[in-house]
Design a protein around this ligand. Structure first.
Ligand code: 16G
Ligand code: ZN
Length: 537
């Protein structure tokens, strides 16, 4: 206890203004970096409790603020199988971090241990990494001090993408078991992906050059490193041009580039100057989101977002499952949020004939529902997502005896995809390789991909409200249950338009309400969004 108090004194928590508290939200604690040193120290204590709760299994801690501006940072905890921290523990994290004094901190720490039957003398292990923000140094120092004070073994992996830290957490906990997730090193991650990419391509060639905008974040150096591990026969045709990979000037991180910029501004990063027709994609600041796009000489900018990646993956994988003769035993499902474009939902449900589920915003919700399928495809429209294969699906894929060369081919491609696609969390590098494999197999350009269906015109607006917490939703955020009467008013507006849909929800990351509307034409979508915004204002 004295050790913890002494260490905590070196990393004091900043008092927030009256009425405000630190909150473990959808992306952990995220705010201005100068508020986070004490928070990160306290998160270290919780991570070590979490490890002990799991009998000493390794817990991950990632220091990143993803697509936020460079002055921000954040810290989040990764559970043993590489998943997001369990929801009940988010509350514990919030409580522990908001302790008013070092005394109270130790008290709450001991209380959590007692309530969860945690033996504080048992072994504990934590691994951590950070993105390229300069404030990361100071934060991981606070984290390490907490781990030492809590007698916890740790490994500092230094700079990592968020999905790499998730990979390493799972790999550490499965090392030497039949379900080993891969070698426990950054190199192990590259080797696994490189081998799976080569295998999934099955001698198909990737056409043209792919330009990858790395948001001037950690994805830049990591992608460059990954490319070195590709076998020569893949290097000879897979041409990648990395842009916006300046990690030496912290102020340019996520500045006018990256997946969040492209998705929200609906245009390409101004620099480098867009080349008409070039196949492009953008990662975000910690490389867990991916958006594709190109500049069309006729249609201007065309974007292929998370909904497109989802439907592309679902279509390819369901064809493979059919060709592998696994349709009987392997059920595929797609998970979206209310923000998914209605045209994508219709395409997946009617054209592909696959079940589509809708969950509240936030990766943990989608991930959870995706786990209920044998193969669960989930993406948020913002480009965060992955494909999960259940243990039974993997067994079926690996053990099925092929009766024809075509069936063998499908089984081998599926098997390679299991390794290529990050099973722990959305991973921009892994998702990008998956998209490249699918385009190569189908012989598609981005234009062919965009032709599969036409997006409904849509509009997202951010509405400043006095108290966002009065907006409570139901039906996976598609309807408001409170305030009284608001939903009826929205319904009345929606009825005035054809093919229209609209919803309002409180943001989980900002003090505002978001309104989304789609309709048959752009002007109708805009008009509807504004009318709904007026209802919630
Ligand atoms: C968080 C979520 C992201 C979601 C966004 C919505 C994770 C890792 N991140 O960034 O998935 O789209 O919040 O923000 O779950 P909002 O609630 O402000 O609209
Ligand atoms: Zn991110």
């Amino acid at each position: 206890n004295e050790k913890i108090i002494a260490a905590s004194q070196k990393h004091p928590i900043v008092r927030l203004p009256e009425g405000q508290v630190y909150k473990y939200g959808t992306a952990g604690f995220r705010m201005r970096a100068d508020l986070l040193e004490g928070v990160t120290f306290r998160v270290g204590l919780l991570a070590s409790l979490r490890s002990r709760k799991h009998n000493g299994q390794t817990i991950g801690v990632m220091v990143t603020a993803s697509h936020n501006p460079p002055v921000d940072n954040g810290v989040k905890i990764v559970d043993p199988m590489g998943e997001m921290l369990e929801q009940d523990w988010e509350t514990l994290a919030t409580d522990l971090v908001n302790s008013a004094s070092d005394q109270e901190l130790v008290e709450r720490y001991n209380n959590i241990a007692a309530a969860h039957k945690i033996d504080l003398r048992s072994p504990a292990k934590v691994i951590y990494g950070r993105d390229t923000r300069p404030s990361g140094h100071k934060l991981v120092t606070a984290l390490a001090d907490a781990l030492v004070a809590a007698d916890t073994e740790y490994v500092d992996y230094k700079l990592l993408t968020t999905p790499q830290l998730h990979y390493l957490t799972r790999a550490t906990n499965t090392e030497g078991t039949p379900s080993s997730y891969g070698k426990v090193s950054e190199v192990g991650y590259y080797e696994k992906l490189a081998a799976a990419f080569a295998k999934a391509l099955r001698n198909k060639k990737v056409e043209g050059t792919l330009t990858v905008d790395c948001a001037n974040g950690v994805g830049g150096p990591k992608l460059a490193e990954f490319l070195k591990y590709l076998p020569q026969e893949v290097k000879s045709h897979f041409s990648v041009k990395i842009v916006n990979d300046d990690v030496l000037r912290p102020e340019v991180l996520n500045l006018e580039c990256g997946a969040d910029f492209v998705k929200t501004k609906q245009r390409a990063p101004p620099s480098p100057k867009p080349v008409p027709g070039a196949r492009c994609c953008s990662l975000d600041g910690d490389a867990d989101r991916l958006i594709y796009y190109w500049h069309d000489p006729d249609a201007n900018f065309v974007m292929l977002d998370g909904d497109r990646i989802s439907s592309l993956a679902a279509s390819f994988i369901s064809d493979l499952v059919r060709d592998a003769n696994l349709s009987e035993e392997v059920r595929i499902g797609v998970v979206q949020t209310a923000y998914a474009n209605g045209a994508s939902t219709t395409y997946i449900a009617e054209h592909l004939g696959l079940p589509v589920a809708c969950t509240p915003t936030g990766v943990k919700h989608l991930h959870h529902v995706a786990q209920s399928y044998d193969i669960g495809v989930y993406f948020e429209a913002n480009g965060h997502g992955t494909v999960l294969f259940s243990t039974e699906a993997i067994r079926a894929i690996r053990e099925k005896q092929p009766q024809s060369p075509a069936q063998k081919d499908a089984l081998e491609t599926l098997s390679a995809l299991v390794d290529l696609i990050n099973q722990t969390v959305g991973d921009a590098i892994s998702d990008m390789l998956m998209v490249e494999v699918i385009l190569a197999h189908k012989g598609w350009t981005l234009r062919d991909w965009a032709m599969t269906y036409q997006d409904l015109p849509n509009r997202l607006v951010r509405v400043e409200v006095a108290d966002k917490d009065i907006f409570q939703t139901t039906d996976a955020e598609r309807r408001l249950s409170h305030p009284e009467g608001a939903q009826a008013a929205i319904d009345q507006e929606v009825r005035k338009y054809t093919n229209a849909r609209a919803f309002a929800r409180a943001s989980g990351t900002e003090n505002a309400c978001r309104v989304y509307a789609e309709a048959a034409t752009r002007s109708e979508a805009n008009e509807l969004a504004e009318r709904v915004a007026r209802i919630v204002q």
